[in-house]
Design a binder for this molecule. Structure first.
Ligand SMILES: Cc1cc2nc3c(=O)[nH]c(=O)nc-3n(C[C@H](O)[C@H](O)[C@H](O)COP(=O)(O)O)c2cc1C
Length: 460
């Protein structure tokens, strides 16, 4: 059954119904709850997590000094090895320019001791916003002055700030972009939802490459210390990399080299324009689709990235169709889904009643909840000499010390811990706290289209 059909059926539910109808609509609700988007399930692949035993096996090599001393990514000198991973804060104007409140939020992070800020993702094209995590844009030169105000203020604190740039690709909706969603190829995955994406033309791919290159130049002019390509989480560049979403049969699809081509061309074009300016990348080292990207292939991709002139690789995982895999949650947040999701918040009372009952039974809660990309990062780090950053469920100082001390990654990055405690790095440094207070409810992400990002601490 197609998602669209299910969606229509659900919105047409009667307000009172017979036993037979109850069974029918229960099944529909169950089917709907397995549909991707905000709520989805994907039994798929699980990567090995054996290496996590190292986090507890060698307490002797905890290295607090290494964590809190300055380190380098290309020409960027970080204050320490704990970075704020790109996190959309919903503090952009309608046209995607930064609000003053964004500067305030970054100042708070600087005062809180962060090693460097990776700014939230900014769309490289006007229609390049993705569904959940894009509110900012940087597709025109006249935005440079706006972002210059952001970087100037962050630099007062001697903190580097890296621009993250991306394109939503297939993970968006017409309501957001005003245009049909785009994808490396038509998507045949019956579990993926939002709207049926259409295939990019050769010309559009060329234009997108150019948009990435121009945005890198803009980021440099705006005073960002470096730029990070968002090639993770199923958005456009990630959509090219994963064999689950890239079904093209031309030179942009098929072999690893072909799926990597768009990224290679961005690096080649950008290097001619910006020289040694730091260009980092965030990738999903694996997804949970049955025919998706695996760590073994990502290790090759990492080597190709290094060869293409990449300055650092941030290792994340997943795509929207996986469900809660990139951003793992303690339990399936049905309350927040019903309250915030564009798909469910106006749904029929029957769905609202049934969803909380069935969703937890049907939707995968990916495990482990903590440090879930560390093993992938470790594998990648063995292959490259450029710095590797790991993100995903990192919550405690002892774990960070082990990750750095055991050389499983060169840097750690966190997102949600900075939403609840922007000064988490200072709390760790002064040992006021050994662990983040984040309860991994995931509500901050689900509420992202409601406005400013904040911590809900599990309460709608
Ligand atoms: C509210 C919110 C917004 C996010 N925005 C972005 C983003 O703009 N770019 C990005 O690459 N990842 C984004 N992420 C994902 C995080 O950077 C990170 O990869 C993920 O949350 C796992 O890390 P954590 O367990 O420390 O939260 C976002 C996550 C949240 C919760």
């Amino acid at each position: 059954m197609k998602t669209k059909d299910t969606g229509m059926a659900l919105s047409n539910l009667p307000s009172s119904f017979s036993r037979r109808e109850f069974i029918k609509y229960s099944s529909l609700a169950m089917a709907a709850s397995t549909m991707p988007g905000v709520i989805t399930g994907c039994a798929g692949f699980k990567p090995r997590q054996d290496c996590l035993a190292q986090l507890t096996a060698n307490p002797g090599i905890r290295q607090k000094d290494a964590v809190f001393s300055s380190a380098r990514i290309g020409s960027i000198q970080t204050r320490n090895r704990i970075l704020r991973s790109a996190t959309t804060l919903g503090l952009a104007e309608k046209d995607g320019r930064p609000k003053k409140e964004l500067i305030d939020a970054y100042v708070e992070l600087c005062e809180g001791g962060v090693g460097a800020i990776i700014a939230e993702v900014m769309g490289v094209q006007k229609n390049g916003r993705g569904s959940s995590t894009f509110s900012s844009l940087f597709y025109q030169d006249d935005y440079i002055q706006d972002y210059r105000r952001v970087t100037d203020q962050v630099h007062v604190f001697n903190t580097p700030v890296i621009a993250q740039i991306g394109h939503g690709g297939r993970q968006t909706r017409r309501a957001i972009t005003g245009e049909a969603t785009v994808a490396p190829s038509p998507i045949t995955d019956p579990y993926y939802n939002e709207e049926t994406p259409r295939e990019l033309t050769e010309l559009e791919i060329r234009e997108i490459i150019q948009s990435f290159i121009s945005t890198i130049e803009r980021a440099q002019k705006a005073g960002f210390d470096g730029v990070q390509l968002h090639a993770a989480h199923g958005y456009l560049l990630s959509g090219f990399l994963s064999p689950a979403t890239n079904e093209r049969t031309d030179h942009w699809g098929g072999s690893t080299e072909n799926r990597f081509r768009i990224i290679r061309e961005i690096f080649q074009g950008a290097r001619k324009k910006v020289g040694n300016y730091p260009i980092l990348i965030k990738i999903s080292a694996y997804d949970h689709q049955s025919d998706g990207l695996r760590v073994e292939e990502s290790v090759h991709i990492a080597a190709m990235l290094q060869e293409a002139g990449c300055d650092a690789i941030e290792v994340s995982c997943g795509m929207a169709a996986d469900g809660f895999s990139t951003i793992r949650v303690t339990e399936i947040p049905t309350e927040a889904v019903l309250a915030f999701s564009f798909r469910y918040k106006d749904s029929n009372p029957v769905v609202k009643t049934l969803l909380p009952v069935f969703a937890p039974l049907l939707v995968n809660r990916h495990e482990p909840l903590f440090n879930y990309n560390v093993c992938a990062a470790q594998e990648i780090r063995k292959q490259v000499s450029i710095p590797v950053i790991v993100v995903g469920g990192i919550r405690t100082l002892p774990d960070i010390e082990q990750i750095i001390g055991n050389k499983m990654a060169d840097f750690v990055a966190m997102s949600r811990p900075f939403i609840i405690e922007p000064d988490i790095v200072n709390r760790f440094k002064t040992e006021k706290q050994q662990a983040s207070s984040c309860i991994n409810c995931g509500y901050c992400l689900l509420a992202i289209e409601q406005g400013e990002t904040r911590c809900f601490y599990g309460e709608v």
